[in-house]
Design a protein around this ligand. Structure first.
Ligand code: NAD
Ligand code: IPM
Ligand code: MN
Length: 353
């Protein structure tokens, strides 16, 4: 029996609603496989936990997480009770940084029968490789006074090492997909970091002669995500550009509620973390209408990461079938509740076996 130890952190808001749904689905995968086990240990680390303990996780939180095969996270953030820069930096970004989850991969694709805002969403299938450890997400800077005036200074950090590894990851991924990498740049406006980024991209392109390359300014790229998503295969982007692009990717699929993500530790020293693209969605919390597909597709990415690709494929094909049938939540035009969608996915998995 192959057992995977998974740390579950539902977090805040709808994270607490969708994580249990994906856990239910994974237990169904155990049944159809017969020789696979997912052992979940749940941690209540969240904004509510912060109110009680004045920290988002205990001092030995990272030590505890280190021993797991993977971390399965819902969403963090309840700005009504804890400022986002505290809750996110102490939990989500803390884990990403300390566990060297330097790559964040986030696919977006068309699904048959899915009501997208696009006129013709039939044929796109792209993946964003987001640099996940540096760039615009930096603590370097501060606030100063110039006379009476307060000024905030925020520096971005682009190391050769960090930039190269994100780009290498993208090129390797592209080799197994559409053999094309688009680099998200802004070297026309951002004076130091982006020309540097372009230079690294140029150097790496030479190492991958079989992969087609293109470079687009992030503004034009964002527009093209909407107008011609089918022209993209693998996109490599800095931390912030990748963050924004992947919400657009989610939107062109139909909803941020279905987009998955994987924070990958590439040196094998620490667990990777799997969490959907969306946040805690305070506006719909408690209504039973959160789309569980983002979290469930994220579970598929975790299965693939474990090497259980057959199980991962089966899970994705169940998601596809349920979307085709239209048993979906209101954000993508259906009437089903969170649990009804999950029930249907589970039924579909059982049926296809
Ligand atoms: P959000 O993704 O939570 O919500 C944006 C919109 O999308 C809302 O209208 C919401 O209802 C909708 N939405 C999101 N997930 C959905 C789902 N599964 N089903 C249906 N609709 C869904 O973004 P936000 O409002 O900017 O952020 C809310 C909180 O979440 C903030 O505290 C923010 O910092 C945090 N956040 C956390 C993460 C994370 O933990 N990975 C990611 C993004 C935002
Ligand atoms: C994401 C989120 C986070 C990010 C926030 C909540 C810090 O938006 O995972 O996409 O920007 O990385
Ligand atoms: Mn985001």
């Amino acid at each position: 029996m192959k057992t995977y130890e998974i740390a579950a952190i539902p977090g805040d808001g709808i994270g607490k609603e969708v994580v249990p749904e994906a856990v239910r689905v994974l237990h169904e995968m155990e049944k159809i496989h017969g020789d696979l086990k997912f052992e979940f240990t749940e941690f209540p680390w969240s904004s509510e936990y912060y109110l009680e303990h004045e920290q988002m996780m205990p001092d030995d939180g990272l030590e505890t997480l280190k021993t797991f095969d993977a971390i399965f996270l819902g969403a963090v953030g309840n700005p009504e009770i804890v400022p986002d820069h505290i809750s996110l930096w102490e939990l989500l970004i803390n884990i990403r940084r300390n566990f060297e989850q330097v790559i964040n991969i986030r696919p977006a694709r068309a699904f048959q029968g899915l009501r997208s805002k696009l006129a013709n969403p039939e044929d796109f299938d792209l993946i964003v490789v987001r640099e996940n450890s540096e760039g615009e997400y930096s603590e370097v800077g501060g606030t100063i006074y110039q006379g009476e005036e307060k000024i905030a200074i925020q520096n971005a950090i682009f190391s050769r090492k960090g930039t190269e590894r994100a780009m290498h990851y993208a090129f390797e991924l592209a080799k197994s997909r559409g053999k094309k990498v688009t680099s998200a740049t802004k070297s026309n406006g951002i004076y130091h970091s982006m020309p540097f980024w372009d230079g690294v991209f140029h150097d790496l392109s030479n190492q991958y002669p079989d992969v087609e390359t293109e470079q687009m300014h992030i503004d034009a790229l964002a527009a093209s995500f909407v107008t011609k998503p089918e022209s993209f295969d693998t996109i490599v982007a800095s931390n912030l550009f990748g963050d924004i692009l992947t919400d657009i990717g989610a939107a062109i699929m139909g909803s941020v509620g279905i987009a998955p993500a994987a924070n990958i530790n590439i040196n094998g020293k620490y667990p990777s973390m799997f969490e959907p693209v969306h946040g805690s969605a305070p506006d719909i919390v408690g209504k039973g209408i959160a789309n569980p597909i983002g979290q469930i597709w994220t579970a598929k990415m975790m299965l693939d990461h474990f090497g259980e690709t057959d199980m991962g494929d089966r899970l994705l094909s169940a998601i596809e079938a349920v979307i085709r049938k239209g048993v979906v939540t209101t954000d993508i035009g259906g009437k089903a509740t969170t649990t009804e969608v999950t029930d249907e996915i589970i039924r579909q998995i059982a049926e296809e076996t």
